[in-house]
Ligand binder design. Structure first.
Ligand SMILES: [Ca+2]
Ligand SMILES: [Ca+2]
Length: 481
């Protein structure tokens, strides 16, 4: 049958799908993704950052203390958690390319919910999206994933010519750039996005449609440029900000490939560091306010008791540790992400902290299980449902992350990967399977990962054990499907 003859069937099938009785009592999903947000949040114990709404969400759910991005770069991380595959399986290991070029048939998480009768929509950045360049566009979206989309654009786009930036003429989204704006939070792209998300919640309430929803809200901050209202900057007086300055010899034992420096960042002075951190924190609180509006809307619409909420960032962020800023390396600051999951139901714990190593590839199987959807066979990761029921559950021995070395290449100029595992206590990292360096950090004795123990003779047995675990994880993450 040709496609034109088939097309008349589509409205008929949709009409039939909407009549399915089993859908209405399935839980809804509100999937909140932030961009470049690290764990400098009050819920994670940060002494300065105001994030009361994220705290409020944490009190309703489980906070994952050891959650890690599969790849601390936007496109590979998002592609991984939205497809349920590891970056080596999606072939997306940098911000270049789109996964459909490599794995055209993959069933993404939102697509899976669509196929199961859910209303599925996106507001803002879920798949990769150049920030700030593509704000207001579809970015590098995957149209098959969504029934409806919204692309907010706000005052932060209008002030781009006024941005502060550490390197004149550089791309504001690629380096450190910021601006304090006399404005209201609801005029910013993320404020407009939150309002659009609430409109979708109202218009697609299961009581009106007879269908559960999966709505993904992708915030753009605190990705650079850190643009936020003046009142948010006022919450962080520079006198209270003490920028981290690494010990002078910290880099002596770090392989060169592990140091993914960007121009002009190593030599930043203390005063400008304060300004940058102030703007980053102002942007976090701007997002926090928006999270509060979404929680209020769920309460007001009587949806809180039947809606699963995921709050996650695509990767972490450095503010000077090891002399690094931003992301893409394999240190804790860059690989670790905030992750909070609130699931309705008596059997799940509330307001507790889970310490098991957790991966973002676990989100797809988790949501599938919580919503009673069959698990697609390609999906990697493990459902976090047992951890939500008992936060002491140890689901994994290690969390695996991979990245492409940005500042070093092999002698023949080819690129190589760094791979790392984080266990409850240690991080073990190999660059090009060890040819460009090995790292071992013990967070129990060295939370700032200042001492690389990999070359220490006393660590030999431990290195051997962790090397075996890394090899097992590499083999799992590279399975062709
Ligand atoms: Ca990002
Ligand atoms: Ca060191």
């Amino acid at each position: 049958m040709n496609p034109q003859k088939l097309s008349f069937l589509v409205p008929l099938l949709l009409a039939l799908a909407s009549l399915l009785p089993l859908q209405a009592d399935k839980p809804n999903v509100l999937f909140i993704a932030t961009d470049d947000m690290n764990c400098d949040l009050s819920a994670y114990g940060h002494p300065l950052v105001h994030s009361p709404q994220i705290d409020r969400l944490a009190s309703r759910g489980i906070l994952f203390e050891r959650a890690y991005s599969q790849n601390p770069v936007c496109n590979p991380s998002r592609t991984s958690f939205l497809t349920g595959l590891y970056p080596e399986q999606t072939h997306i290991l940098t911000n270049a390319g789109h996964f459909r070029e490599h794995i055209p048939q993959v069933l993404t998480m939102p697509q899976h919910f669509r196929n199961n009768g859910y209303y599925v929509a996106r507001v803002g950045k879920l798949y990769h999206y150049g920030v700030p360049g593509q704000i207001g566009t579809n970015g590098r979206d995957d149209p098959a994933s969504w029934e409806e989309v919204r692309n907010p654009i706000g005052v932060d786009k209008a002030v781009e010519s006024d941005l502060n930036i550490i390197i004149e003429g550089a791309s504001s989204g690629g380096t450190l750039s910021w601006l304090e704006v006399v404005s209201q939070e609801y005029e910013h792209t993320d404020g407009i996005g939150a309002a659009q998300c609430i409109e979708l919640l109202e218009a697609n309430h299961p009581e009106k449609t007879g269908r559960p929803f999966f709505i993904a809200m992708g915030f753009y901050r605190p990705h650079t440029p850190y643009v936020a209202p003046h009142t948010y900057f006022d919450m962080y007086p520079k006198s209270l900000i003490n920028p981290y300055i690494m010990p002078e010899d910290d880099r002596d034992d770090i392989p060169k490939a592990a140091l993914q420096d960007r121009p002009g960042q190593l030599e930043l002075g203390v005063e400008i560091r304060k300004e940058i951190i102030q703007a980053y924190y102002a942007s976090i609180t701007l997002v926090d306010t928006q999270v509060g509006k979404l929680l209020d809307a769920l309460d007001r619409l009587n949806l809180s008791d039947n809606t699963i909420i995921i709050f996650v960032s695509d990767h972490g962020y450095h503010l000077g540790a090891h002399g690094l800023w931003q992301k893409s390396d394999l240190f804790e600051g860059s690989a670790r992400v905030p992750l909070i999951i609130s699931a309705p139901g008596e059997k799940f714990a509330r307001g507790e902290i889970a310490k098991s190593p957790t991966e973002l590839v676990d989100l797809y199987p988790t949501l599938s299980e919580l919503c009673g959807l069959e698990q697609p066979s390609h999906v990697m990761g493990k459902s976090l449902s047992p951890v939500l029921a008992d936060p002491n559950t140890q689901l994994r021995e290690s969390a695996y992350s991979v990245t492409e070395a940005r500042t070093v290449r092999r002698a023949d100029k080819s690129k190589f990967l760094g791979r790392t595992i984080r266990t409850n206590r240690y991080r073990y990292t190999e660059w090009d399977e060890g040819d460009f360096g090995v790292e071992l950090y013990d967070y129990e004795t060295d939370p700032e990962e200042l001492t690389n123990l990999a070359g220490n003779p006393e660590s030999a047995n431990l290195v051997k054990r962790l090397q075996q675990e890394l090899q097992n994880r590499m083999a799992e993450a590279a399975v062709e499907w």
